[in-house]
Write a protein of this length. Structure first.
Lengths: 115, 118
């Protein structure tokens, strides 16, 4: 089945530093999503990408859908303590339709920000 | 914005008992909901797709008789873990998409339900 390889597994950074994480897949995805999960809670969508090459920003977050459709990255600029959490990439083969939502998740990146 | 709510948030039960977890879409209708399981320090794994008015579709390796899914209305899906055992202890998370929205409409996740089986 499809697999997503997310790296790095964890990051320890100082407040104010920039962060970059990425995901690669063994097959083509038509939708890439980036989520943040706080302890004991469900994932919250950060950025959704629907087109190859698409570059989308959400505040200090920027994500890109790789042109090969097999990778994506997420950048966080000027990190702050509340950025702490687990970040997951997720992808789906389907751009729409009833099966949309069958997401394959990466292993997650644990982000720790030191004040 | 759209909200998906799960109940209970956490539950502790004895081995051999059954536990029901509810997933509700609070301000939208969802013909399809998804159930995920997340073990500690691991990623989310899709268990099954819940379809309103029809049988759920289970992912490979997930026992349908063990994890009963009922999607009786457009706003409610339930997951029942039957004869729970300690290895079923996990964080169960549901997600749903607004059926009236665009095909690529946002998928919303519930807060998750933590099950501990003693």
């Amino acid at each position: 089945g499809q697999q997503l390889n997310q790296s790095p597994q964890s990051m320890f950074i100082q407040e104010g530093e920039d962060v970059s994480m990425n995901c690669t897949s063994s097959s083509i995805f038509n939708t890439w999503l980036w989520y943040k999960q706080d302890p004991g809670e469900g994932p919250v969508l950060l950025i959704a990408l629907y087109k190859a090459g698409e570059l989308t920003s959400n505040g200090r977050l920027t994500a890109q859908f790789g042109t090969t459709r097999k990778d994506s990255f997420l950048n966080i600029s000027a990190s702050i303590p509340s950025d702490v959490g687990i970040y997951f990439c997720a992808g789906t083969e389907n751009a729409g339709g009833t099966s949309y939502g069958k997401l394959t998740f990466g292993q997650g990146t644990i982000l720790t920000v030191h004040p | 914005g759209a909200v998906v709510s799960q109940h209970p948030s956490w539950v502790i039960c004895k081995s051999g008992t059954s536990v029901k977890i509810e997933c509700r879409s609070l301000d939208f209708q969802a013909t399809t909901m998804f159930w995920y399981r997340q073990f500690p320090k691991q990623s989310l794994m899709l268990m099954a797709t819940s379809n309103e008015g029809s049988k759920a579709t289970y992912e490979q390796g997930v026992e349908k008789d063990k994890f009963l899914i009922n999607h009786a209305s457009l706003t409610l899906s339930t997951l029942t873990v039957t004869s729970a055992h300690p290895e079923d202890s996990s964080f169960y998370i549901c997600s749903a998409r607004d059926s009236a929205g665009a095909a690529t409409g946002e998928l919303f996740f519930g807060e998750g339900s933590r099950l501990t089986v003693l």
